[in-house]
Design a protein around this ligand. Sequence first.
Ligand SMILES: NC(=O)c1ccc[n+]([C@@H]2O[C@H](COP(=O)([O-])OP(=O)(O)OC[C@H]3O[C@@H](n4cnc5c(N)ncnc54)[C@H](OP(=O)(O)O)[C@@H]3O)[C@@H](O)[C@H]2O)c1
Length: 368
Amino acid sequence: MYPLLILAILITCYVLFHTYILRPYIAGGVCTSKARLDGKTAIVTGANTGIGKETAAEFARRGARVIMACRNLNQAEEAMKEIVQTTGNRSVVVKHLDLASLKSVRAFAEDVKNEARLDILINNAGVFNLPEFSKTEDSFEMTMGVNHFGHFLLTNLLLDLLKQSPSSRVVVVSSVLHRGQPTRKAPGLNFENMNSEISYNGFMAYAQSKLANILFTRELARRLEGTGVTVNSLHPGKISTDIRRHFSPWKKFTWNVLFRHFGKSVEEGAQTQVHLAVSEELEGVSGLYFSDCKEDEPSKHAQDDVAAKKLWEVSAKLVGLEVTSRWNIGITMKMAKENHVIPRIKSKPSCFNTGKLESFVRFGSSFA
Ligand SMILES: NC(=O)c1ccc[n+]([C@@H]2O[C@H](COP(=O)([O-])OP(=O)(O)OC[C@H]3O[C@@H](n4cnc5c(N)ncnc54)[C@H](OP(=O)(O)O)[C@@H]3O)[C@@H](O)[C@H]2O)c1
């Protein structure tokens, strides 16, 4: 009798502790802004599932035109129908975007350029801990290619549209794992092995890509000063989503059970990115990192502005953005050739040797 009574008391205590202390603590911050988004347009990448879908639904609830930028069109259409039904907002559309293909990124950006405005861009899509080394269509390692390079090109191609809309915001979904694990601190960005060709580890590739997200945010914020466009990055929390789809079934089951009890719900996980996109108090705030709807300090490697600048320059070359500064043509050609990208020259800076420049342009056009 007594053991049963003790067990019942213990269970009751745990339920009360979980409901009133642990859950609110795990849930973290909540976006308290009631800002409406009527007349505004938002793009959410990876909006067919997880916190991207929840973010798209929240924007629709607030009245925005929402563009769900997704790879899996069937799932995206289903998600879109559900969002339209639950929010009553019919201005939700699906457009195809595969971040593992620069061609697809360019096609998406070209299509979106016809939009009247763009107020919010949420770089949310991501892949995590891929068990095996694999490459994107453009020969980037998959994790870095999707999480960083695809979003890098997408954001750059949409900047003109963002600049046309007053006080537009870019939100970059990073992760606390940019720091590594408690037992294994992540190093700074390894430019030598950015494509994981020297060595590959799924977790480290993710940590590096999420570090790249924060460095990209810092450098973009610096470049956007005075334009009215702001950009911030965030860690959404630990959430039970499909992000662990590449885990073995047993590991996936264990993590999902753990995160269902001790992690955020999908609604809670979307709060920080919604907060960054809509809160009035963040008007003009740029270049910062957030978690639980509060500013947070990222790792010291994520505050390295020299690395941020270098990452920008390397990324611009590798995705084939227009070359506007004093590039080292030899290196650009080698990297472009290895990665099958098309570098383009905006103007002919006087520092260039004309002979080399011509061969560079010829090389570029041979890939067109
Ligand atoms: N869940 C967490 O605990 C956690 C923690 C920290 C950070 N994050 C970050 O939060 C973001 C959202 O993750 P989530 O937890 O919501 O995971 P999720 O449910 O797995 O969603 C990831 C989304 O990214 C999309 N995606 C993957 N590869 C793509 C590609 N090549 N092109 C276009 N879209 C692609 C997926 O589309 P498909 O369905 O077609 O694959 C899916 O829509 C990610 O950036 C992740 O790194 C999550």
